[in-house]
Write a protein that binds this ligand. Structure first.
Ligand SMILES: Nc1ncnc2c1ncn2[C@@H]1O[C@H](COP(=O)(O)OP(=O)(O)OP(=O)(O)O)[C@@H](O)[C@H]1O
Length: 409
Protein backbone atom coordinates (compact mmCIF):
# COMPACT_ATOMS: atom_id res chain seq x y z
CA UNK A 1 0.00 0.00 0.00
CA UNK A 2 1.32 3.42 -0.92
CA UNK A 3 1.87 5.54 2.17
CA UNK A 4 0.91 9.18 1.92
CA UNK A 5 2.98 11.82 3.64
CA UNK A 6 0.03 13.24 5.56
CA UNK A 7 -1.60 9.93 6.27
CA UNK A 8 -2.85 9.52 9.87
CA UNK A 9 -0.83 6.86 11.67
CA UNK A 10 -2.57 7.13 15.02
CA UNK A 11 -6.15 8.16 15.61
CA UNK A 12 -7.83 8.52 18.98
CA UNK A 13 -11.57 9.01 19.23
CA UNK A 14 -13.13 10.04 22.51
CA UNK A 15 -10.71 7.95 24.53
CA UNK A 16 -11.18 7.62 28.28
CA UNK A 17 -9.28 5.63 30.87
CA UNK A 18 -10.84 4.72 34.16
CA UNK A 19 -8.81 3.31 37.02
CA UNK A 20 -10.79 1.49 39.65
CA UNK A 21 -9.65 2.10 43.17
CA UNK A 22 -10.64 -0.48 45.77
CA UNK A 23 -10.32 0.17 49.50
CA UNK A 24 -8.34 -3.10 49.88
CA UNK A 25 -7.22 -6.15 47.85
CA UNK A 26 -9.99 -8.06 49.63
CA UNK A 27 -12.59 -5.61 48.40
CA UNK A 28 -11.26 -6.06 44.85
CA UNK A 29 -11.63 -9.83 45.14
CA UNK A 30 -15.10 -9.51 46.59
CA UNK A 31 -16.12 -7.22 43.75
CA UNK A 32 -14.78 -9.75 41.26
CA UNK A 33 -16.66 -12.62 42.86
CA UNK A 34 -19.96 -10.88 43.51
CA UNK A 35 -19.93 -8.58 40.50
CA UNK A 36 -20.98 -5.76 42.81
CA UNK A 37 -19.09 -2.51 42.41
CA UNK A 38 -17.32 -1.44 45.58
CA UNK A 39 -14.73 0.71 43.91
CA UNK A 40 -14.17 4.38 43.56
CA UNK A 41 -13.47 5.28 40.01
CA UNK A 42 -10.82 7.66 38.81
CA UNK A 43 -10.83 8.88 35.24
CA UNK A 44 -7.20 9.52 34.31
CA UNK A 45 -8.22 10.46 30.74
CA UNK A 46 -11.53 11.64 29.37
CA UNK A 47 -12.78 12.53 25.90
CA UNK A 48 -9.33 12.52 24.29
CA UNK A 49 -9.47 12.79 20.49
CA UNK A 50 -6.65 13.64 18.12
CA UNK A 51 -4.78 12.39 15.09
CA UNK A 52 -1.07 12.04 14.43
CA UNK A 53 0.22 12.15 10.88
CA UNK A 54 3.24 10.49 9.35
CA UNK A 55 6.48 12.32 10.16
CA UNK A 56 5.08 14.54 12.92
CA UNK A 57 7.02 14.92 16.15
CA UNK A 58 4.72 15.64 19.09
CA UNK A 59 5.68 16.58 22.63
CA UNK A 60 3.26 15.67 25.41
CA UNK A 61 3.27 18.08 28.35
CA UNK A 62 1.23 18.46 31.51
CA UNK A 63 1.42 18.62 35.28
CA UNK A 64 2.08 15.55 37.41
CA UNK A 65 -0.90 13.24 37.28
CA UNK A 66 -2.34 14.90 34.15
CA UNK A 67 -2.51 11.52 32.40
CA UNK A 68 0.60 11.62 30.19
CA UNK A 69 1.89 8.13 31.04
CA UNK A 70 -1.59 6.67 30.76
CA UNK A 71 -1.95 8.24 27.31
CA UNK A 72 1.40 6.90 26.09
CA UNK A 73 0.54 3.42 27.36
CA UNK A 74 -2.82 3.53 25.57
CA UNK A 75 -1.11 4.56 22.34
CA UNK A 76 1.46 1.81 22.78
CA UNK A 77 -1.27 -0.72 23.41
CA UNK A 78 0.02 -1.80 26.84
CA UNK A 79 -3.15 -0.35 28.39
CA UNK A 80 -6.69 -0.67 27.03
CA UNK A 81 -9.04 2.32 26.90
CA UNK A 82 -12.20 2.19 29.02
CA UNK A 83 -14.07 4.21 26.39
CA UNK A 84 -13.41 5.24 22.81
CA UNK A 85 -11.01 3.81 20.25
CA UNK A 86 -7.32 3.92 19.43
CA UNK A 87 -6.47 3.16 15.82
CA UNK A 88 -2.90 2.39 14.83
CA UNK A 89 -1.46 2.09 11.35
CA UNK A 90 1.81 0.26 10.84
CA UNK A 91 4.44 -0.62 13.41
CA UNK A 92 4.17 1.21 16.73
CA UNK A 93 7.18 0.88 19.03
CA UNK A 94 7.21 2.17 22.57
CA UNK A 95 10.18 2.93 24.73
CA UNK A 96 8.29 2.76 27.99
CA UNK A 97 9.37 0.95 31.12
CA UNK A 98 12.42 -0.22 29.23
CA UNK A 99 13.51 -3.73 30.02
CA UNK A 100 10.33 -4.60 31.92
CA UNK A 101 9.72 -7.50 29.52
CA UNK A 102 13.10 -9.17 29.98
CA UNK A 103 13.47 -12.52 31.69
CA UNK A 104 15.94 -12.05 34.58
CA UNK A 105 17.45 -15.55 34.34
CA UNK A 106 18.11 -15.44 30.60
CA UNK A 107 21.30 -13.92 29.23
CA UNK A 108 21.13 -10.59 27.45
CA UNK A 109 21.57 -12.37 24.12
CA UNK A 110 18.76 -14.85 24.82
CA UNK A 111 16.56 -11.97 25.90
CA UNK A 112 17.03 -10.41 22.47
CA UNK A 113 15.30 -13.43 20.96
CA UNK A 114 12.75 -13.67 23.76
CA UNK A 115 12.01 -9.93 23.84
CA UNK A 116 12.16 -9.72 20.06
CA UNK A 117 9.43 -12.30 19.69
CA UNK A 118 7.21 -10.15 21.94
CA UNK A 119 7.58 -7.16 19.64
CA UNK A 120 7.14 -9.05 16.39
CA UNK A 121 10.75 -9.83 15.41
CA UNK A 122 11.02 -13.53 14.53
CA UNK A 123 14.11 -15.73 15.05
CA UNK A 124 15.33 -15.39 11.50
CA UNK A 125 15.05 -11.61 11.46
CA UNK A 126 16.72 -11.45 14.87
CA UNK A 127 19.70 -13.44 13.58
CA UNK A 128 20.10 -10.79 10.90
CA UNK A 129 19.68 -7.88 13.34
CA UNK A 130 21.77 -9.31 16.18
CA UNK A 131 25.21 -7.95 15.18
CA UNK A 132 23.81 -4.41 14.87
CA UNK A 133 22.03 -4.63 18.22
CA UNK A 134 25.11 -6.07 19.93
CA UNK A 135 27.28 -3.28 18.53
CA UNK A 136 24.81 -0.59 19.54
CA UNK A 137 24.32 -1.67 23.16
CA UNK A 138 28.09 -1.95 23.81
CA UNK A 139 27.62 -4.56 26.52
CA UNK A 140 30.60 -6.67 25.48
CA UNK A 141 30.96 -9.92 27.37
CA UNK A 142 28.11 -8.99 29.73
CA UNK A 143 25.75 -9.90 26.91
CA UNK A 144 26.16 -13.57 27.81
CA UNK A 145 25.44 -13.03 31.51
CA UNK A 146 21.93 -13.26 33.00
CA UNK A 147 20.06 -9.96 32.85
CA UNK A 148 19.49 -10.07 36.62
CA UNK A 149 23.19 -9.23 37.04
CA UNK A 150 22.84 -6.03 34.96
CA UNK A 151 22.72 -2.50 36.33
CA UNK A 152 19.64 -0.47 35.39
CA UNK A 153 21.75 1.44 32.83
CA UNK A 154 22.85 -1.81 31.16
CA UNK A 155 19.27 -3.08 30.98
CA UNK A 156 18.15 0.16 29.37
CA UNK A 157 20.94 -0.08 26.79
CA UNK A 158 19.94 -3.58 25.81
CA UNK A 159 16.25 -2.73 25.71
CA UNK A 160 16.73 0.45 23.70
CA UNK A 161 18.96 -1.31 21.17
CA UNK A 162 16.34 -4.04 20.82
CA UNK A 163 13.19 -1.98 20.49
CA UNK A 164 14.78 0.43 18.02
CA UNK A 165 16.50 -2.24 15.91
CA UNK A 166 13.76 -1.86 13.32
CA UNK A 167 12.50 1.59 12.42
CA UNK A 168 8.86 1.86 13.46
CA UNK A 169 6.12 3.97 11.88
CA UNK A 170 5.41 5.49 15.28
CA UNK A 171 7.88 5.76 18.14
CA UNK A 172 6.57 6.49 21.63
CA UNK A 173 9.08 7.61 24.22
CA UNK A 174 8.69 8.56 27.87
CA UNK A 175 11.40 9.82 30.17
CA UNK A 176 13.04 6.39 30.21
CA UNK A 177 15.98 7.91 28.40
CA UNK A 178 16.95 9.83 31.51
CA UNK A 179 18.52 6.56 32.67
CA UNK A 180 21.85 5.54 31.18
CA UNK A 181 25.01 7.58 30.84
CA UNK A 182 25.45 10.67 28.70
CA UNK A 183 27.36 8.83 25.98
CA UNK A 184 24.50 6.38 25.55
CA UNK A 185 21.83 9.09 25.81
CA UNK A 186 23.51 10.86 22.94
CA UNK A 187 23.45 7.71 20.81
CA UNK A 188 19.77 7.27 21.61
CA UNK A 189 18.92 10.84 20.66
CA UNK A 190 20.88 10.49 17.41
CA UNK A 191 19.00 7.33 16.52
CA UNK A 192 15.68 8.97 17.29
CA UNK A 193 16.62 11.96 15.11
CA UNK A 194 17.55 9.62 12.26
CA UNK A 195 14.15 7.92 12.54
CA UNK A 196 12.53 11.31 12.44
CA UNK A 197 14.37 12.27 9.27
CA UNK A 198 13.15 9.04 7.71
CA UNK A 199 9.54 10.01 8.31
CA UNK A 200 8.85 8.17 11.56
CA UNK A 201 6.15 9.78 13.73
CA UNK A 202 7.48 10.47 17.20
CA UNK A 203 5.54 11.12 20.34
CA UNK A 204 7.36 11.92 23.50
CA UNK A 205 6.74 13.09 26.96
CA UNK A 206 9.35 15.36 28.44
CA UNK A 207 9.79 17.85 31.22
CA UNK A 208 12.43 19.66 29.17
CA UNK A 209 10.82 22.61 27.36
CA UNK A 210 14.06 23.00 25.43
CA UNK A 211 13.78 19.58 23.82
CA UNK A 212 10.11 20.04 23.07
CA UNK A 213 10.79 23.44 21.49
CA UNK A 214 13.62 22.12 19.37
CA UNK A 215 12.43 18.68 18.36
CA UNK A 216 8.67 18.89 18.12
CA UNK A 217 6.51 20.51 15.52
CA UNK A 218 3.44 20.18 17.71
CA UNK A 219 2.67 19.91 21.40
CA UNK A 220 -0.20 18.30 23.24
CA UNK A 221 -1.03 19.71 26.65
CA UNK A 222 -2.96 17.42 28.96
CA UNK A 223 -4.74 18.95 31.91
CA UNK A 224 -6.69 16.86 34.38
CA UNK A 225 -6.95 14.03 31.86
CA UNK A 226 -8.30 16.18 29.03
CA UNK A 227 -6.63 17.78 26.04
CA UNK A 228 -6.26 21.42 27.02
CA UNK A 229 -4.43 22.41 23.82
CA UNK A 230 -3.00 20.64 20.79
CA UNK A 231 -1.26 22.55 18.05
CA UNK A 232 2.00 24.14 16.89
CA UNK A 233 4.63 23.88 19.64
CA UNK A 234 5.34 27.49 20.51
CA UNK A 235 1.87 28.79 21.39
CA UNK A 236 1.00 25.61 23.31
CA UNK A 237 4.25 25.70 25.26
CA UNK A 238 3.82 29.41 26.01
CA UNK A 239 0.29 28.80 27.32
CA UNK A 240 1.51 25.88 29.43
CA UNK A 241 4.40 27.87 30.86
CA UNK A 242 2.02 30.67 31.78
CA UNK A 243 -0.22 28.15 33.53
CA UNK A 244 2.79 26.73 35.41
CA UNK A 245 3.82 30.16 36.57
CA UNK A 246 0.31 31.02 37.71
CA UNK A 247 0.16 27.76 39.61
CA UNK A 248 3.49 28.48 41.27
CA UNK A 249 2.30 31.95 42.23
CA UNK A 250 -0.87 30.44 43.78
CA UNK A 251 1.27 28.12 45.84
CA UNK A 252 3.59 30.87 47.01
CA UNK A 253 1.36 33.45 48.64
CA UNK A 254 4.37 34.90 50.44
CA UNK A 255 6.04 35.67 47.13
CA UNK A 256 6.56 39.21 45.90
CA UNK A 257 3.41 41.19 45.00
CA UNK A 258 1.99 41.13 41.47
CA UNK A 259 4.28 42.84 39.02
CA UNK A 260 7.31 42.40 41.21
CA UNK A 261 9.87 39.92 40.07
CA UNK A 262 12.08 37.82 42.31
CA UNK A 263 15.83 38.17 42.55
CA UNK A 264 17.98 35.52 40.81
CA UNK A 265 16.69 32.13 41.85
CA UNK A 266 18.78 29.02 42.34
CA UNK A 267 19.08 26.82 39.24
CA UNK A 268 15.83 25.10 38.30
CA UNK A 269 17.51 21.77 37.76
CA UNK A 270 20.77 20.36 38.96
CA UNK A 271 22.99 18.76 36.38
CA UNK A 272 22.99 15.00 36.10
CA UNK A 273 26.07 14.76 33.90
CA UNK A 274 29.15 14.03 35.95
CA UNK A 275 30.28 17.50 36.97
CA UNK A 276 28.91 19.29 33.89
CA UNK A 277 26.99 22.35 35.01
CA UNK A 278 26.42 26.03 34.51
CA UNK A 279 28.65 28.00 36.87
CA UNK A 280 27.37 31.52 36.35
CA UNK A 281 25.14 33.72 34.21
CA UNK A 282 26.04 37.39 34.33
CA UNK A 283 24.32 40.32 32.70
CA UNK A 284 26.42 43.46 32.31
CA UNK A 285 25.13 46.85 33.43
CA UNK A 286 22.29 45.73 35.64
CA UNK A 287 21.25 48.04 38.42
CA UNK A 288 19.46 46.35 41.33
CA UNK A 289 16.13 47.96 42.27
CA UNK A 290 14.37 48.14 45.61
CA UNK A 291 11.08 46.60 46.68
CA UNK A 292 11.39 43.34 44.76
CA UNK A 293 11.47 45.10 41.40
CA UNK A 294 13.54 43.47 38.65
CA UNK A 295 17.01 44.86 38.07
CA UNK A 296 17.13 47.65 35.51
CA UNK A 297 19.26 47.29 32.42
CA UNK A 298 21.37 50.42 31.97
CA UNK A 299 21.93 51.35 28.37
CA UNK A 300 20.58 49.73 25.24
CA UNK A 301 22.85 46.68 24.82
CA UNK A 302 22.12 43.36 26.48
CA UNK A 303 25.39 41.53 27.18
CA UNK A 304 25.18 38.12 28.82
CA UNK A 305 28.17 36.02 29.85
CA UNK A 306 27.57 32.36 30.59
CA UNK A 307 30.28 30.23 32.18
CA UNK A 308 30.02 26.47 32.49
CA UNK A 309 31.98 23.41 33.39
CA UNK A 310 31.95 20.76 30.66
CA UNK A 311 32.18 17.03 30.97
CA UNK A 312 35.83 15.99 30.99
CA UNK A 313 37.62 17.47 28.02
CA UNK A 314 34.48 17.76 25.89
CA UNK A 315 33.74 21.22 24.48
CA UNK A 316 30.10 21.77 25.38
CA UNK A 317 27.52 24.03 23.76
CA UNK A 318 25.69 26.82 25.49
CA UNK A 319 22.16 28.08 24.93
CA UNK A 320 20.25 31.20 25.90
CA UNK A 321 16.60 32.17 25.94
CA UNK A 322 14.80 35.41 26.63
CA UNK A 323 11.08 35.62 27.33
CA UNK A 324 8.64 38.21 28.49
CA UNK A 325 8.19 37.88 32.24
CA UNK A 326 4.60 36.81 31.68
CA UNK A 327 5.68 33.83 29.62
CA UNK A 328 5.85 34.73 25.95
CA UNK A 329 9.00 33.33 24.35
CA UNK A 330 10.97 35.86 22.32
CA UNK A 331 14.15 34.20 21.17
CA UNK A 332 16.28 31.16 21.96
CA UNK A 333 19.79 30.67 20.67
CA UNK A 334 22.44 27.97 20.93
CA UNK A 335 26.11 27.95 20.01
CA UNK A 336 25.60 24.57 18.27
CA UNK A 337 22.99 26.06 15.98
CA UNK A 338 25.25 28.84 14.84
CA UNK A 339 28.57 27.02 14.60
CA UNK A 340 30.05 28.96 17.53
CA UNK A 341 32.58 27.31 19.88
CA UNK A 342 32.59 28.47 23.52
CA UNK A 343 36.04 29.65 24.62
CA UNK A 344 38.05 27.66 27.15
CA UNK A 345 38.97 29.84 30.14
CA UNK A 346 40.43 27.14 32.41
CA UNK A 347 40.73 23.38 32.16
CA UNK A 348 37.23 22.05 31.47
CA UNK A 349 35.63 25.50 31.97
CA UNK A 350 33.97 27.24 29.03
CA UNK A 351 32.50 30.64 28.46
CA UNK A 352 30.48 32.61 25.94
CA UNK A 353 29.47 36.23 25.86
CA UNK A 354 26.32 36.97 23.93
CA UNK A 355 25.63 40.57 22.94
CA UNK A 356 22.40 42.01 21.62
CA UNK A 357 23.43 45.47 20.46
CA UNK A 358 20.65 48.05 20.69
CA UNK A 359 18.26 45.45 22.11
CA UNK A 360 15.33 45.66 19.70
CA UNK A 361 12.71 45.09 22.39
CA UNK A 362 10.14 47.51 23.65
CA UNK A 363 10.10 48.56 27.29
CA UNK A 364 9.09 45.77 29.63
CA UNK A 365 10.04 43.03 32.06
CA UNK A 366 11.96 40.07 30.68
CA UNK A 367 13.39 36.84 32.02
CA UNK A 368 16.41 34.94 30.80
CA UNK A 369 17.38 31.25 30.91
CA UNK A 370 20.68 29.52 30.19
CA UNK A 371 21.35 25.98 28.98
CA UNK A 372 24.37 23.72 28.86
CA UNK A 373 24.52 21.00 26.20
CA UNK A 374 26.90 18.25 25.24
CA UNK A 375 29.21 18.57 22.23
CA UNK A 376 26.39 17.68 19.80
CA UNK A 377 23.88 20.08 21.30
CA UNK A 378 21.37 17.27 21.73
CA UNK A 379 21.70 16.36 25.39
CA UNK A 380 20.85 19.02 27.98
CA UNK A 381 23.37 18.77 30.82
CA UNK A 382 22.03 21.66 32.85
CA UNK A 383 19.41 24.34 32.60
CA UNK A 384 18.90 27.49 34.64
CA UNK A 385 15.33 28.16 33.72
CA UNK A 386 14.02 31.71 34.31
CA UNK A 387 17.18 32.52 36.19
CA UNK A 388 17.20 36.27 36.01
CA UNK A 389 14.42 38.83 35.64
CA UNK A 390 15.32 42.22 34.26
CA UNK A 391 13.58 45.42 33.22
CA UNK A 392 14.44 47.13 30.00
CA UNK A 393 13.47 50.67 29.13
CA UNK A 394 13.57 51.46 25.43
CA UNK A 395 14.31 55.04 24.42
CA UNK A 396 10.81 55.50 22.98
CA UNK A 397 7.49 54.29 24.29
CA UNK A 398 5.82 52.13 21.65
CA UNK A 399 3.14 49.48 21.97
CA UNK A 400 4.11 45.95 21.01
CA UNK A 401 6.86 43.57 21.96
CA UNK A 402 9.75 43.94 19.59
CA UNK A 403 11.07 46.21 16.90
CA UNK A 404 11.50 43.97 13.86
CA UNK A 405 14.09 44.73 11.17
CA UNK A 406 12.10 46.82 8.71
CA UNK A 407 12.12 49.32 5.87
CA UNK A 408 9.81 52.24 5.02
CA UNK A 409 9.32 53.29 1.44
N1 LIG B 1 -2.74 1.91 37.93
C1 LIG B 1 -3.36 2.98 38.41
N2 LIG B 1 -4.36 2.84 39.31
C2 LIG B 1 -5.02 3.91 39.79
N3 LIG B 1 -4.76 5.18 39.42
C3 LIG B 1 -3.78 5.39 38.56
C4 LIG B 1 -3.01 4.30 37.99
N4 LIG B 1 -2.09 4.83 37.14
C5 LIG B 1 -2.25 6.17 37.17
N5 LIG B 1 -3.27 6.51 38.00
C6 LIG B 1 -3.77 7.87 38.27
O1 LIG B 1 -4.16 8.44 37.03
C7 LIG B 1 -3.79 9.80 36.95
C8 LIG B 1 -2.89 10.00 35.74
O2 LIG B 1 -1.66 9.30 35.95
P1 LIG B 1 -0.47 9.31 34.89
O3 LIG B 1 0.63 8.49 35.46
O4 LIG B 1 -1.01 8.94 33.57
O5 LIG B 1 -0.08 10.85 34.88
P2 LIG B 1 1.24 11.58 34.36
O6 LIG B 1 0.76 12.81 33.67
O7 LIG B 1 2.06 10.64 33.58
O8 LIG B 1 1.95 11.96 35.71
P3 LIG B 1 3.52 12.16 36.04
O9 LIG B 1 3.97 13.40 35.31
O10 LIG B 1 3.47 12.38 37.53
O11 LIG B 1 4.22 10.92 35.64
C9 LIG B 1 -3.13 10.13 38.27
O12 LIG B 1 -4.09 10.71 39.12
C10 LIG B 1 -2.70 8.77 38.82
O13 LIG B 1 -2.70 8.77 40.22
Amino acid sequence: MKQLANEAVLRLRDVGKEYRLYPSPRARLKALLTGRATHRSHWALRGVSFELRRGQCIGVIGDNGAGKSSLLKLLAGTLQPSTGTVERVGRVTAILELGAGFHPDFSGRDNLYFGGSLIGIDQEEMRRLEPEIVAFCELGEALDRPVKTYSSGMTVRLAFALVTAVQPDVLIIDEALAVGDQHFQKKCVERIMAFRENGCTILFCSHSPYHIRHLCDAALWLKGGEVEQFGPTEPVLAAYELHTRQRQADFEPQAAPAGAVPAPAPPARASQAEGARILSVEVANLEPQEGGQPALLQGQDLVVTITARGRGQERPHIGFMIEQSQGVGITSLGTHEEGVAPRCIAEGVWQVTLTFPQLPLHSGDYVISAYLFDATGLVVYDEWLHYLHLRFVAPKLMPGLVQLPHRWE
